[in-house]
Write a protein that binds this ligand. Structure first.
Ligand SMILES: Cc1ncc(COP(=O)(O)O)c(C=O)c1O
Ligand SMILES: [Zn+2]
Length: 397
């Protein structure tokens, strides 16, 4: 495999067992836990100046902190998205500064591209011919795109309620699309059946491949550099499985370990009240979530009733003095409209939970007024223009 110098292999986040990255098996052989790429940080030679001298052209500019070389990457120059100042939101939310990390500018319109560039690169390195996953929609679209680029077949399982753009684009990228009646759990069950029947399928499933959260950690590296190393006080993230959140938490600790930063920002998990297992566990002081029996939110990307990485998500929130906040679908859709009308940025409903959550925190009096807040807009609003437009119709507009 074409791995980078400091990458030493995979480590189980639950029991600490180590696994060679050459081994294709993707979960801890001892306990079934999540595997996490591990590095010898003493072997990483990165400082602020050398980073500043590199072009801001792709998330692969942080190659030393990724498992595979940039040369070997299946990439479309994803990442390096803008961090856009939103002064009107700062006023409205009663804080010093609000910035939106606009992941909608990625090749397939969401931050899922950061996970798929790495996971599909790993699939190629492992000699895969076929990749497969279940997804609420955006990850499936991204996987089909990267698989197409790499010349792999993709098998994508989407729930019937996922958006038209996602379904259409899986087809456009040449993926084998399986629309499954029901919700993400039903798509997951159909994917498991497919996987059991095809031992040559390489899973790109969240936290089954160790590389999706690893790719997403680059969002934090970019935020730190874009703010010229003055870390934000708060990062608000629309949390489903928490892949991006634990990725950024890992990244924040890596930069501190490397001496590039001194601190960690407070991470906040934003969810929808119709499916808020992380918020519930956080508020009850639990170390693990309880699955939501009847999830129901219009925000498909965060309608994840049983997030397997919840202990890791909760650690990230508590270790950084962050928190968790849920708002309802109407507030979330209102937030998307307000951001679009006041700042011009287009947020999909799922993503607008992160903005709505900050409004809620502000109303609860959680801020002093001098904070810098980053809201992660995980995906572009125009993928779900129909949902946003019909919210206006419900208001007679
Ligand atoms: C646009 C968008 N935002 C957020 C999420 C949730 O991501 P995570 O698993 O990192 O919590 C998804 C997942 O499907 C998504 O599509
Ligand atoms: Zn283990």
């Amino acid at each position: 495999m074409e791995t980078t110098d400091a990458f030493v292999g995979l480590e189980c986040v639950d029991c600490g067992s180590t696994v060679d990255a050459d081994v294709e098996g993707h979960q801890c052989p001892d306990c079934g836990g999540i595997l996490d790429p591990n590095y010898d940080y003493d072997a990483v030679d990165l400082d602020r100046e050398s980073l500043a001298s590199r072009p801001f052209d792709s998330m692969w500019r942080y190659e030393e902190l990724l498992p595979f070389t940039r040369e070997s990457a299946v990439t479309m120059d994803e990442g390096t998205t803008p961090l856009v100042d939103c002064p009107k939101l700062a006023d409205e939310m009663g804080v010093e500064r609000v910035l939106i990390k606009d992941e909608g500018r990625n090749p397939t319109g969401t931050f899922k591209d950061r996970g798929q560039t790495l996971a599909v690169t790993a699939a190629v390195q492992h000699g895969a011919t076929d990749v497969a996953l279940a997804s609420a929609g955006n990850a499936g679209q991204a996987a089909a795109a990267y698989a197409g680029r790499a010349g792999l077949e993709s098998h994508v399982y989407l729930p019937s309620r996922s958006g038209f753009t996602n379904k259409a684009m899986v087809n456009v990228h040449g993926g084998d699309m399986n629309v499954v009646g029901g919700r993400i759990g039903d798509a997951g069950a159909a994917f498991e059946e497919g996987l059991a029947e095809h031992d040559d399928w390489y899973p790109l499933q969240t936290f089954v491949t160790p590389y999706r959260h690893e790719g997403k950690k680059t969002m934090f590296y970019e935020i730190a550099e874009q703010l010229e190393w003055e870390l934000p006080d708060v990062i608000s993230y629309p949390t489903g499985g928490g892949v991006g959140l634990v990725g950024m938490y890992k990244a924040a600790r890596e930069f501190r370990e490397l001496g590039l930063t001194d601190d960690l920002p407070a991470f906040y998990a934003a969810q929808a009240t119709g499916c808020a297992p992380v918020v519930e566990a956080f508020e009850k002081g639990r170390d693990v979530h309880e699955p939501v029996e009847n999830p129901d939110t219009i925000c498909g990307g965060i309608e994840i009733p049983d997030p397997g990485a919840s202990p890791w998500i909760l650690e990230a929130l508590r270790e950084t003095d962050g928190g968790a906040v849920a708002t309802d679908d109407t507030e979330i859709l209102d937030a998307a409209i307000q951001v679009a009308q006041h700042e011009g940025l287009e947020m999909a409903p799922t993503c607008a939970a992160a903005a709505s959550g900050v409004w809620e925190l502000s109303e609860r009096g959680e801020f002093d007024g001098d904070e810098t807040v980053v809201i992660v807009n995980t995906g572009t609003g125009n993928k779900e223009a129909d949902v946003l437009r019909s919210h206006l119709m419900s208001q007679g507009i």
